[in-house]
Design a protein around this ligand. Sequence first.
Ligand SMILES: [Zn+2]
Length: 406
Amino acid sequence: MTQAIDTLFRNARLPDGRLATIAVAQGKIARIGADAERDVAVGAGVDLGGRLVVPGFVEGHIHLDTSFYGDAWRPHVPYTAGFNVRERVDIQHRNMAAAAPMEQRARNQLELCIANGSTRMRSHVMVDGSVGLKSLQTIAAVREQYRHLIDIQLVAFPQSGILTCPGTAELLDAAFDHGADLIGGLDPVSLDRDIKGHLDVVFGIAGKRGVGVDIHLHEPSMMGVFSIEEIAARTSALGMQGKVVISHAYGLGDVPADTVRRTADLLAKAGVAIMTNAPGARAFPPVLALRNAGVTVFCGSDNIRDSWWPYGDGDMLGRAMMLGYRSDFRTDEELSVAFEMVTTAGAKALGIEGYGLEAGARADFVVLDATHIPEAVVAVPKQRSVYRAGTCIVRDGVLEPFTSKR
Ligand SMILES: [Zn+2]
């Protein structure tokens, strides 16, 4: 029987090195392989010229509300006495009061990420007693404008703490009537100084609203491990395996290998995933040890040119390179792990279905000037084209004109 195909992408180099044809029908991959052209009625053909085709990148952790990308440069203000979330949040409030409108800054950042090949994203957005629901409402509206280009999950993020910031618990709950998809948390011991109270609110709202959890955890050493143990215990007790992420989990970068192993077993059993962005000179979780224990570990950019640091370019392939560099990854297998962290592992952690280069998945892919994955990770080729549901939305690094509704 003849199958109706909208577009045939010929000469696609698959991650395993084979040259193949990708047949796309109604925005999905209908067939992929050397014989994808057999018995089909074709609408259009695109020759990919033997370039490498990979799934659209998963930006697993970003802050769309706080970046100054595309706005005036804001010189970084150092801490006065070492890492201190409250001091940084104060600096951030001052910076944001003087910045361009949030909608404009979010659009700048979003278009940067899309041009670099991200087709799925999770953004944390500040919801607390200081900003109320305003940031969330703004970012949710921007998400609507870009719905045809990228899928975005929004996390209601209590940047100023929950128990120590009056009104935040009620606002976090109300966030689910204003576009939030997940409930966030932040340093329950070091910031709120009440892990039980903090997690009662976070997991209470998760249960009430039926949503997943994504908690920022900067706490060092055994303080961080203690919080991880408590989060894993709650996740298991509530049957939330696969729906909880701990972002950063810095403490796992500070403790001995046997403590990492024990904690990794807990995380794997509880189905809690770990996000890391390979942060500057800060120790971060040992990726291979966690993966070997069965933990899903994935990547995000985190802050892009905001009050936390001046770095970030929204390029998840570059993030994979950085993660690999900082993890001392050298073999092809290790470089492929770094790549998985910005693609399939991210999709798994975010609970994304219909993802990947396979029949039935949405036809979201990035075309790169590289011959295979390890080379793509170390070279980070910038000339790339991005297809979303089979439509070209970025050509050679530039958004197609029709994609922007500006
Ligand atoms: Zn973050």
